[in-house]
Design a binder for this molecule. Sequence first.
Ligand code: SAM
Length: 280
Amino acid sequence: MRFSSEADFSEKAYQTLVELVYKHSRIRLGSDKHTLLTNRLRKRLITLGISSYDEYCDLLQSVNGVEEIEHLVDLISTNHTKFYREPEHFNFLTRSILPGLMPQLLSEKTPLRIWSAAASSGEEPYTLAIVLSEYLRAYPSADWNLIASDISRRMIAKAQQAVYSMDSVQPVPVELLKRYFQKGVGPAEGYCRFKPELRQRVRFERVNLFQNEYPVPLKQHVIFCRNVMIYFDPPSRAIAVQRLARYLAPGGYLFVGHSESLLGIRHGLVSIKQGIYRRP
Ligand SMILES: C[S@@+](CC[C@H](N)C(=O)[O-])C[C@H]1O[C@@H](n2cnc3c(N)ncnc32)[C@H](O)[C@@H]1O
């Protein structure tokens, strides 16, 4: 089979792909991403036995197209993440949020509810699980519910696997690495796996931030939705933030990435610190 190349990309096919990706995920691909699309789609087209982008567009727009659009979004989205990414956010959680919140939740016998809403391959929700577990050692009767979601089924499956290279767990302090990870042996040497006790406490869901309702309980105390707003245009960012804010408890916190400003977006939240917002 002939390999599709950039040259095969008609402007019409490119525009169709850009629009379909936007409609499904609100990820806005610029007009200069032909090479990225070509590189990421090459293998997929071969797998499907399709030799042109026009043919691929026909498939995407057919009755079975929705499933393929999910694949497409999965292929083009950026999933870069790491353990303890933007560590000040985790420090703020343990130093400024939890000390005020936990006594109240304990007296109400309410579990702490935290949601990682663009969880990628799991590094962010598992960092939260470690941080919570460590902090709550002082509160043995405290309960917590942690949800991890992403638009990408592939990423959710990877997060559920919870297998990481030793390189990628480097940001985890050695003592916590020993406490929360199992080291791989034999063929798994060089890898480690997040321990089942905590892994099983994380509930995984597939959530597109632009679906109308989220399969997540209301009144979340903390929502992390970091380093994904950057891929959305301002109107889409506003929709996502307003929707997420509905799932916050009064007084609850929304975290976005350090470089993701919500400036100019009407969201009704109060800005607390870089990337940290609070529902009044
Ligand atoms: C760059 S990663 C960020 C991971 C993590 N939050 C962090 O800060 O390290 C962005 C994630 O957002 C997900 N994503 C993109 N569009 C989305 C959407 N419309 N709804 C939900 N997740 C989306 C991608 O699949 C990807 O895993």
